[in-house]
Structure formats: C-alpha cells, structure tokens
Design a protein around this ligand. Structure first.
Ligand code: DP6
Length: 360
C-alpha cells in the first residue's frame, strides 16, 4: 500500500494593524490590509500531519483529537480542493508522479497551547494545514513568491492564517481582484532576524471561549458601524507608517501605531450594533499599566518602552524590546498577583515569547 504523509508546524501571529471586515465572505477578501508579527513556534503553534492513500474512503480531520468531516466544513473543503487542483496541474506536468490528487486525505492537527486559552488558533491551524498539504502534494515552496501563492489558500481557511506562513513582520495585502481574490496575499516585510530585539509577552486574562467569534463580529461591524467606514479609509496610512517604523527599527512609532490600531479596532467593535465588548476590566487595567510605564519614560525625556495590543478577546499581547521585558513582567506580576500555580481567576499565566522564525 502506497501511503504518503507530511508533517509541519506553523506559529500564531498577532496583528499590529488588525484585519477586521470582509468585502467578500466566501473568498475571505478583507476590507483593509493588515500587518502582524509571527511569534515563536516554541510557545504557540499548530502541528499538522496530512496523509493520503488510495484506500481512504473519506476526508477526515482530527483537530486536537476531535474528529471533523472535512466535506461538511466549507472552509476546510475550499482549502483542500484548491490544493488538490494544484496537485492535478503538477500531475499533468509530471506524468510519472503518483496520481494522488484524487485520493482522500486524513489530517491530524494539534495545538501546543490550550485551545480554550482564548488565543487565535485558526491562524496557525489553517497555515499548518495549507503548508502540510503543499508538502504532501509536492507543490513549490522554495522561494517567498511560492509561500505568498500558498497564502491564497490558507486565507480561504481563515483570513489571518495567510500571515502565519511567514516568520517576522508580515503584511496581508488586500488586493484588487474581487472576482477570484488572486492578489489578496501575504508578503514578508522583514524576516525574524531583522529585529530580534523585539519580544512578545502574552498575558492570558481569561481562557473562556470568546462570546462573539471574529467571523461573526466583523460581519456585524461591516453591516452596522459608521466608525468602521472611517477606519477602512484611514487604516492604510497607518500601515504605511508602521512598515517604515519597522524598517527603521523605530520602536517608539511602532508602539504608538500598534496601540492606536488596537484601540481603534475595539472602538469599532463597540460601535457595532449590538455592541461587542472583547476587553474586560483586567484588559483595561493592563492598558493602564503600559500607558503609565510609557508616560514615565516620556516624561523623563525617553520614548515609549512597550506596546499593548488585543485581538477579539480580553488577552493582552505586549510587544517590547527584550531589555524592558524583565521590568514589564515584574510590573504585571506586581499589579496582577499570581499565586502558584497560577490559580488567579483573572490572570492565569504569563508566557514570554521571543521572535524566532516561522517554520519555513
Ligand atoms: C482580531 O482571521 O479569525 O485577530 O477570516 O473570519 O477566520 P476569519 O477571521 P480571523 O480574524 C482575525 C481578527 C483579529 C485581527 C487579525 O488577526 O488581524
């Protein structure tokens, strides 16, 4: 029996300029470009094995041990079918290669962090899925343009997943092709070696499953928020400026824009009808701590020393130069005491992450 399999890992990414809103729901085309930092896969990643053989009778996925029928899941199926079509083209080009494009697949995906931790697992999950299928099907992966092409498939699983295919600082270009979405892809702004001094601290404020999913939340925002119209007209300017800040390694500007964008995203969520509250009192207290930390530094003639950002949930990610991290962790522990072994109901765990490459 001929069995082929491929295993890969993909890390989580955290956006500094948030993706929020789709102009095409089925192709997952965003209403604005976004930019993120890919975290180290030592701490937060999805590992996925894709396997195929002629005897398999149906397409199946085991997600953290739970069985999912791929054919009943629109996004999974779209992703798989797109990759199969590419394999068909490969088989047409290389007629001696095994004809595996017609075979069913079995996929097993696990996160190395608790799924219920309230951290975006769809980004790393769909990136790992697309990447493992690309290996399984021998699709080209050797240069950045290939990875960028692959991001078109990952994007159709979950928008933010397209950015997890690269390490370092990654932009998701919104593109102009509304018919096929052929240019709404991820590109690397700078790789993980470019600015290794920047670290990320993840503060798990709550491990509850979020009340409003990103998919449902952003759809409601597009339909009801007037502030959202302002955001989509101005967010691109912020993206241009933050890219410049990254390339100049200007942490002060990077921090300012990251925090502004997080605040604006949560303002837009609040402007949605009915309103969406992703942050809670502890999240806001973390904003207070970081703001005061920066204020003291600026008052002494210095610059911003840390930046907070929050996705569609209450957990904080704090970006800062590594040299400030000890101080920041000290403050967080001081203001949000954590009895061993992290039983505090509000702040359960603090994980320090360093920027290291994605899996490629
Ligand atoms: C707030 O990528 O999870 O994290 O495309 O519907 O799957 P879908 O949404 P998803 O949204 C992520 C939203 C965000 C911001 C971001 O990561 O850019």
């Amino acid at each position: 029996m001929f069995v082929k399999q491929a295993t890969v890992s993909a890390p989580v990414n955290i956006a500094c300029i948030k993706y929020w809103g789709k102009r095409n729901e089925s192709l997952i085309l965003p209403t604005n470009p976004s930019l993120s930092v890919t975290l180290s896969q030592d701490h937060l990643c999805s590992t996925t094995t894709s396997r195929t053989c002629a005897e398999y009778e149906e397409n199946l996925l085991w997600l953290n041990g739970k069985e999912v029928k791929i054919d009943n899941d629109k996004r999974l199926n779209t992703c798989l079918q797109a990759m199969r079509k590419q394999r068909e083209r490969y088989e047409a080009k290389y007629p001696n290669e095994p004809k595996i494009s017609k075979w069913k697949v079995h996929i097993c995906s696990e996160n190395n962090f608790p799924t219920a931790a309230g951290l975006a697992s769809s980004a790393s999950g769909f990136a790992a899925l697309a990447y493992s299928l690309a290996h399984l099907y021998d699709l080209p992966l050797s240069d950045p343009a290939d990875i960028s092409d692959l991001s078109l498939n990952a994007r159709q699983g979950s928008g933010s997943a397209c950015r997890s295919l690269f390490g370092g600082f990654v932009e998701w270009q919104m593109g102009r092709d509304d018919l096929l979405g052929s240019d709404s892809r991820a590109v690397q702004v700078a790789d993980h070696t470019f600015w290794p001094e920047i670290h990320a601290l993840i503060c798990i404020v709550s491990d509850d499953k979020k009340g409003t999913s990103s998919t449902a939340g952003m759809q409601r925002t597009v339909e009801t928020s007037a502030l959202f119209q302002y955001r989509i007209q101005h967010v691109e300017e912020q993206l241009v400026d933050i890219k410049q800040a990254i390339l100049k390694k200007d942490f002060d500007t990077f921090a300012k824009i990251t925090m502004q964008d997080s605040n604006q995203f949560h303002a837009v969520a609040l402007d949605t009808d009915p309103p969406i509250f992703y942050m809670n009192d502890v999240s806001r207290a973390i904003i207070g701590v970081v703001t005061e930390y920066n204020r003291v530094s600026i008052a002494a003639g210095g610059k911003r020393k840390a930046a907070y950002t929050f996705d569609a949930g209450p957990n904080a990610v704090i970006y800062a130069p590594g040299e400030n991290m000890k101080e920041i962790i000290g403050m967080i522990i001081q203001y949000f005491p954590q009895p061993e072994p992290f039983k505090d109901p509000f702040l359960n765990e603090v994980i320090e992450g360093t920027l290291v490459p994605g899996f490629n």
